[in-house]
Design a protein around this ligand. Structure first.
Ligand code: ASP
Length: 303
Protein backbone atom coordinates (compact mmCIF):
# COMPACT_ATOMS: atom_id res chain seq x y z
CA UNK A 1 0.00 0.00 0.00
CA UNK A 2 1.22 3.49 -0.80
CA UNK A 3 1.47 6.02 2.03
CA UNK A 4 -1.62 7.97 2.93
CA UNK A 5 -1.50 10.60 5.66
CA UNK A 6 -3.39 13.52 7.12
CA UNK A 7 -2.80 16.15 9.81
CA UNK A 8 -5.24 18.75 11.10
CA UNK A 9 -4.98 21.71 13.44
CA UNK A 10 -7.49 23.67 15.48
CA UNK A 11 -5.39 26.78 16.02
CA UNK A 12 -2.25 27.97 17.78
CA UNK A 13 -2.17 30.72 20.38
CA UNK A 14 -2.18 31.58 24.06
CA UNK A 15 -3.62 29.14 26.51
CA UNK A 16 -7.04 29.99 27.93
CA UNK A 17 -9.37 28.73 30.59
CA UNK A 18 -11.91 27.84 27.92
CA UNK A 19 -9.42 25.58 26.17
CA UNK A 20 -8.30 23.96 29.43
CA UNK A 21 -11.91 23.31 30.41
CA UNK A 22 -12.81 21.88 27.01
CA UNK A 23 -9.76 19.76 26.24
CA UNK A 24 -11.81 16.61 25.77
CA UNK A 25 -14.17 18.25 23.30
CA UNK A 26 -11.28 19.80 21.37
CA UNK A 27 -9.42 16.51 21.16
CA UNK A 28 -12.58 14.69 20.10
CA UNK A 29 -13.15 17.26 17.34
CA UNK A 30 -9.59 16.92 16.07
CA UNK A 31 -9.69 13.11 16.10
CA UNK A 32 -13.02 13.10 14.26
CA UNK A 33 -11.62 15.42 11.60
CA UNK A 34 -8.47 13.31 11.13
CA UNK A 35 -10.49 10.10 10.92
CA UNK A 36 -12.92 11.61 8.40
CA UNK A 37 -10.08 12.82 6.19
CA UNK A 38 -8.28 9.51 6.60
CA UNK A 39 -11.37 7.52 5.59
CA UNK A 40 -11.65 9.68 2.47
CA UNK A 41 -8.04 8.81 1.57
CA UNK A 42 -8.50 5.13 2.39
CA UNK A 43 -11.43 4.90 0.03
CA UNK A 44 -9.34 6.31 -2.79
CA UNK A 45 -10.35 9.96 -2.40
CA UNK A 46 -7.85 12.64 -3.32
CA UNK A 47 -5.79 14.70 -0.89
CA UNK A 48 -8.00 17.62 -1.92
CA UNK A 49 -11.15 15.69 -0.93
CA UNK A 50 -9.55 14.72 2.38
CA UNK A 51 -8.55 18.24 3.42
CA UNK A 52 -11.93 19.61 2.37
CA UNK A 53 -13.82 16.93 4.33
CA UNK A 54 -11.66 17.30 7.43
CA UNK A 55 -11.97 21.10 7.41
CA UNK A 56 -15.73 20.99 6.77
CA UNK A 57 -16.15 18.88 9.86
CA UNK A 58 -14.28 21.40 11.98
CA UNK A 59 -16.19 24.28 10.35
CA UNK A 60 -19.42 22.60 11.48
CA UNK A 61 -18.10 22.05 15.01
CA UNK A 62 -18.92 25.18 17.07
CA UNK A 63 -15.94 24.72 19.39
CA UNK A 64 -13.48 25.77 16.68
CA UNK A 65 -12.97 29.28 15.32
CA UNK A 66 -14.22 28.72 11.78
CA UNK A 67 -17.68 28.93 10.20
CA UNK A 68 -20.02 27.90 13.05
CA UNK A 69 -18.26 29.23 16.17
CA UNK A 70 -16.34 31.97 14.33
CA UNK A 71 -14.73 34.81 16.30
CA UNK A 72 -16.74 38.04 16.13
CA UNK A 73 -15.32 41.27 14.78
CA UNK A 74 -15.57 44.61 16.60
CA UNK A 75 -19.12 45.07 15.31
CA UNK A 76 -20.15 41.63 16.56
CA UNK A 77 -20.30 40.22 13.03
CA UNK A 78 -18.94 37.01 11.50
CA UNK A 79 -16.59 37.44 8.53
CA UNK A 80 -14.85 34.28 7.37
CA UNK A 81 -11.70 33.53 5.37
CA UNK A 82 -10.75 30.19 3.78
CA UNK A 83 -8.46 28.69 1.19
CA UNK A 84 -7.49 25.40 -0.41
CA UNK A 85 -4.54 24.39 -2.58
CA UNK A 86 -3.87 21.39 -4.78
CA UNK A 87 -0.17 20.48 -4.71
CA UNK A 88 -0.37 18.40 -7.89
CA UNK A 89 -1.74 21.15 -10.14
CA UNK A 90 -0.47 24.11 -8.21
CA UNK A 91 -3.97 25.52 -8.31
CA UNK A 92 -5.73 27.28 -5.45
CA UNK A 93 -9.01 28.86 -4.40
CA UNK A 94 -9.64 31.39 -1.66
CA UNK A 95 -12.41 33.52 -0.16
CA UNK A 96 -12.37 36.38 2.32
CA UNK A 97 -14.94 38.36 4.31
CA UNK A 98 -17.54 35.75 3.55
CA UNK A 99 -20.85 35.68 5.40
CA UNK A 100 -23.63 33.10 5.64
CA UNK A 101 -21.77 30.37 3.75
CA UNK A 102 -21.94 27.22 5.86
CA UNK A 103 -18.62 25.84 4.60
CA UNK A 104 -16.25 28.50 3.29
CA UNK A 105 -13.63 25.83 2.40
CA UNK A 106 -16.09 24.31 -0.09
CA UNK A 107 -16.68 27.72 -1.64
CA UNK A 108 -12.89 28.17 -1.95
CA UNK A 109 -12.67 24.82 -3.73
CA UNK A 110 -15.59 25.73 -5.97
CA UNK A 111 -13.79 28.93 -7.01
CA UNK A 112 -10.60 26.99 -7.72
CA UNK A 113 -12.36 24.42 -9.87
CA UNK A 114 -15.06 26.46 -11.59
CA UNK A 115 -13.77 29.97 -12.19
CA UNK A 116 -10.67 31.40 -13.80
CA UNK A 117 -9.83 33.18 -10.54
CA UNK A 118 -8.04 32.27 -7.33
CA UNK A 119 -9.40 34.70 -4.77
CA UNK A 120 -12.89 36.19 -4.44
CA UNK A 121 -14.10 38.24 -1.51
CA UNK A 122 -17.24 39.59 0.13
CA UNK A 123 -20.50 39.91 -1.77
CA UNK A 124 -19.02 38.40 -4.96
CA UNK A 125 -18.11 35.23 -3.10
CA UNK A 126 -21.55 35.08 -1.49
CA UNK A 127 -23.19 35.48 -4.92
CA UNK A 128 -21.21 32.53 -6.28
CA UNK A 129 -22.31 30.43 -3.31
CA UNK A 130 -25.96 31.40 -3.83
CA UNK A 131 -25.95 30.88 -7.60
CA UNK A 132 -24.43 27.45 -7.22
CA UNK A 133 -26.61 26.24 -4.38
CA UNK A 134 -23.85 25.93 -1.80
CA UNK A 135 -25.32 25.60 1.68
CA UNK A 136 -26.16 28.89 3.39
CA UNK A 137 -27.09 29.62 7.00
CA UNK A 138 -28.59 32.58 8.81
CA UNK A 139 -26.29 34.84 10.88
CA UNK A 140 -27.35 33.32 14.19
CA UNK A 141 -26.13 29.86 13.09
CA UNK A 142 -22.52 31.07 13.20
CA UNK A 143 -22.64 32.91 16.55
CA UNK A 144 -21.97 31.00 19.76
CA UNK A 145 -22.24 32.09 23.38
CA UNK A 146 -18.51 31.57 23.90
CA UNK A 147 -17.64 34.00 21.09
CA UNK A 148 -20.04 36.61 22.43
CA UNK A 149 -18.42 36.33 25.90
CA UNK A 150 -14.98 36.51 24.31
CA UNK A 151 -15.91 39.70 22.44
CA UNK A 152 -17.34 41.31 25.56
CA UNK A 153 -14.12 40.53 27.47
CA UNK A 154 -11.97 41.87 24.66
CA UNK A 155 -13.97 45.07 24.47
CA UNK A 156 -13.52 45.59 28.19
CA UNK A 157 -9.76 45.23 28.28
CA UNK A 158 -8.94 46.71 24.89
CA UNK A 159 -9.68 50.30 24.05
CA UNK A 160 -7.02 50.85 21.42
CA UNK A 161 -8.50 50.39 17.93
CA UNK A 162 -5.20 49.79 16.22
CA UNK A 163 -3.43 47.38 18.56
CA UNK A 164 -6.02 44.81 19.48
CA UNK A 165 -5.06 41.73 21.48
CA UNK A 166 -5.23 38.58 19.44
CA UNK A 167 -7.19 35.58 20.62
CA UNK A 168 -6.49 32.96 18.05
CA UNK A 169 -8.02 29.91 16.53
CA UNK A 170 -8.42 28.60 13.00
CA UNK A 171 -8.70 25.17 11.47
CA UNK A 172 -6.61 23.54 8.80
CA UNK A 173 -5.57 20.27 7.21
CA UNK A 174 -2.82 18.81 5.04
CA UNK A 175 -3.10 15.41 3.34
CA UNK A 176 -1.28 12.93 1.10
CA UNK A 177 -3.28 10.55 -1.13
CA UNK A 178 -2.32 7.20 -2.62
CA UNK A 179 -1.54 8.82 -5.97
CA UNK A 180 1.26 10.73 -4.22
CA UNK A 181 -0.49 14.10 -4.32
CA UNK A 182 -0.66 16.53 -1.43
CA UNK A 183 -3.10 19.35 -0.58
CA UNK A 184 -3.70 21.96 2.11
CA UNK A 185 -6.77 23.85 3.37
CA UNK A 186 -7.31 26.51 6.02
CA UNK A 187 -10.48 28.17 7.34
CA UNK A 188 -11.07 30.78 10.03
CA UNK A 189 -13.43 33.26 11.64
CA UNK A 190 -10.41 35.56 12.08
CA UNK A 191 -9.56 37.34 15.30
CA UNK A 192 -11.98 38.45 17.98
CA UNK A 193 -12.71 42.20 18.10
CA UNK A 194 -10.78 42.88 14.88
CA UNK A 195 -11.78 45.76 12.66
CA UNK A 196 -14.58 44.96 10.27
CA UNK A 197 -13.17 44.09 6.82
CA UNK A 198 -9.92 42.74 8.29
CA UNK A 199 -8.46 39.86 6.27
CA UNK A 200 -6.07 37.37 7.87
CA UNK A 201 -3.56 34.89 6.50
CA UNK A 202 -5.92 31.91 6.28
CA UNK A 203 -7.14 32.89 2.82
CA UNK A 204 -3.79 34.10 1.55
CA UNK A 205 -1.93 31.57 -0.57
CA UNK A 206 1.69 31.46 0.59
CA UNK A 207 0.87 32.88 4.04
CA UNK A 208 -1.65 30.57 5.76
CA UNK A 209 -1.95 27.91 3.05
CA UNK A 210 0.34 26.43 0.42
CA UNK A 211 0.87 23.12 -1.38
CA UNK A 212 3.30 21.89 -3.98
CA UNK A 213 3.98 18.19 -4.61
CA UNK A 214 7.67 18.92 -5.04
CA UNK A 215 8.04 20.27 -1.50
CA UNK A 216 5.14 20.16 0.96
CA UNK A 217 1.62 21.19 1.92
CA UNK A 218 1.30 23.71 4.77
CA UNK A 219 -1.60 25.09 6.80
CA UNK A 220 -0.85 27.93 9.19
CA UNK A 221 -2.39 29.53 12.24
CA UNK A 222 -1.63 32.28 14.72
CA UNK A 223 -1.40 36.05 14.37
CA UNK A 224 -2.51 36.45 10.78
CA UNK A 225 -0.72 39.73 10.27
CA UNK A 226 2.60 38.00 11.09
CA UNK A 227 1.90 35.03 8.85
CA UNK A 228 1.16 37.44 6.01
CA UNK A 229 4.15 39.75 6.43
CA UNK A 230 6.55 36.82 6.89
CA UNK A 231 4.96 34.73 4.09
CA UNK A 232 5.12 31.70 6.36
CA UNK A 233 3.64 28.81 4.34
CA UNK A 234 5.55 29.50 1.15
CA UNK A 235 8.78 30.15 3.07
CA UNK A 236 8.61 26.62 4.51
CA UNK A 237 8.04 25.02 1.12
CA UNK A 238 10.72 27.12 -0.56
CA UNK A 239 13.29 26.50 2.18
CA UNK A 240 12.69 22.77 1.89
CA UNK A 241 13.21 22.89 -1.86
CA UNK A 242 16.29 25.07 -1.60
CA UNK A 243 18.02 23.18 1.19
CA UNK A 244 16.76 19.74 0.30
CA UNK A 245 16.00 19.28 3.99
CA UNK A 246 13.18 17.48 5.78
CA UNK A 247 9.78 19.10 6.17
CA UNK A 248 10.26 19.22 9.96
CA UNK A 249 13.61 21.01 9.56
CA UNK A 250 12.00 23.53 7.19
CA UNK A 251 9.14 24.22 9.66
CA UNK A 252 11.57 24.60 12.56
CA UNK A 253 13.84 26.90 10.59
CA UNK A 254 11.02 29.23 9.52
CA UNK A 255 9.25 29.31 12.91
CA UNK A 256 12.14 29.11 15.38
CA UNK A 257 15.06 30.72 13.53
CA UNK A 258 14.00 32.98 10.70
CA UNK A 259 11.05 34.37 12.68
CA UNK A 260 12.36 33.86 16.20
CA UNK A 261 12.02 37.56 17.04
CA UNK A 262 8.41 38.08 15.93
CA UNK A 263 6.14 39.24 18.71
CA UNK A 264 3.19 36.96 18.38
CA UNK A 265 2.05 33.42 17.75
CA UNK A 266 2.75 31.33 14.68
CA UNK A 267 2.02 27.64 14.17
CA UNK A 268 2.05 25.30 11.18
CA UNK A 269 1.28 21.74 10.20
CA UNK A 270 3.00 20.46 7.06
CA UNK A 271 3.31 17.24 5.09
CA UNK A 272 5.52 16.14 2.20
CA UNK A 273 4.70 13.75 -0.65
CA UNK A 274 6.45 10.84 1.14
CA UNK A 275 4.18 11.15 4.19
CA UNK A 276 6.57 12.98 6.53
CA UNK A 277 4.94 15.47 8.88
CA UNK A 278 6.32 18.78 10.07
CA UNK A 279 4.72 20.56 13.03
CA UNK A 280 6.16 23.70 14.66
CA UNK A 281 4.73 26.48 16.78
CA UNK A 282 6.06 29.20 19.06
CA UNK A 283 2.86 29.58 21.09
CA UNK A 284 1.70 28.11 24.39
CA UNK A 285 -0.49 25.63 22.60
CA UNK A 286 -1.44 24.31 19.22
CA UNK A 287 -4.39 21.99 18.80
CA UNK A 288 -3.26 19.27 16.41
CA UNK A 289 -3.75 15.66 15.37
CA UNK A 290 -2.32 13.40 12.72
CA UNK A 291 -2.45 9.87 11.31
CA UNK A 292 -0.47 7.94 8.73
CA UNK A 293 -1.36 4.61 7.15
CA UNK A 294 -3.02 2.39 9.76
CA UNK A 295 -1.32 3.96 12.76
CA UNK A 296 -3.50 5.26 15.58
CA UNK A 297 -4.29 8.97 15.66
CA UNK A 298 -1.98 11.20 17.70
CA UNK A 299 -3.71 14.22 19.22
CA UNK A 300 -2.10 17.02 21.24
CA UNK A 301 -2.85 20.47 22.59
CA UNK A 302 0.32 21.37 24.52
CA UNK A 303 4.04 20.58 23.99
N1 ASP B 1 -4.56 33.19 11.53
C1 ASP B 1 -5.92 33.52 11.84
C2 ASP B 1 -6.19 34.94 11.46
O1 ASP B 1 -5.36 35.79 11.72
C3 ASP B 1 -6.24 33.34 13.28
C4 ASP B 1 -5.60 32.14 13.92
O2 ASP B 1 -5.09 31.26 13.27
O3 ASP B 1 -5.61 32.04 15.11
O4 ASP B 1 -7.22 35.23 10.92
Amino acid sequence: MKNIAIAVHGGAGQDSEFIRMNQIAYKAGLVKAVNTGYETLKQGGSALDAVENAVRLMEDNPIFNSARGSALNAKGEVEMDASIMDGSKHSAGAVSIVRNVKNPVTLARFIMENTSHVFISGYGALEIAKENNLELEVDSYFITEHRVDELIKERMDDTDDIKRKRKNGTVGAVALDNAGNIAAATSTGGTSNCLSGRIGDSCIIGAGCFANNSSCAVSGTGDGELLITNVIAHSIAFYMELKNCSVQEACDYVIHQRNKDVEGDIGVIALDAMGNFGISYNSQRMLRAWKMNEEIVTVKIYK
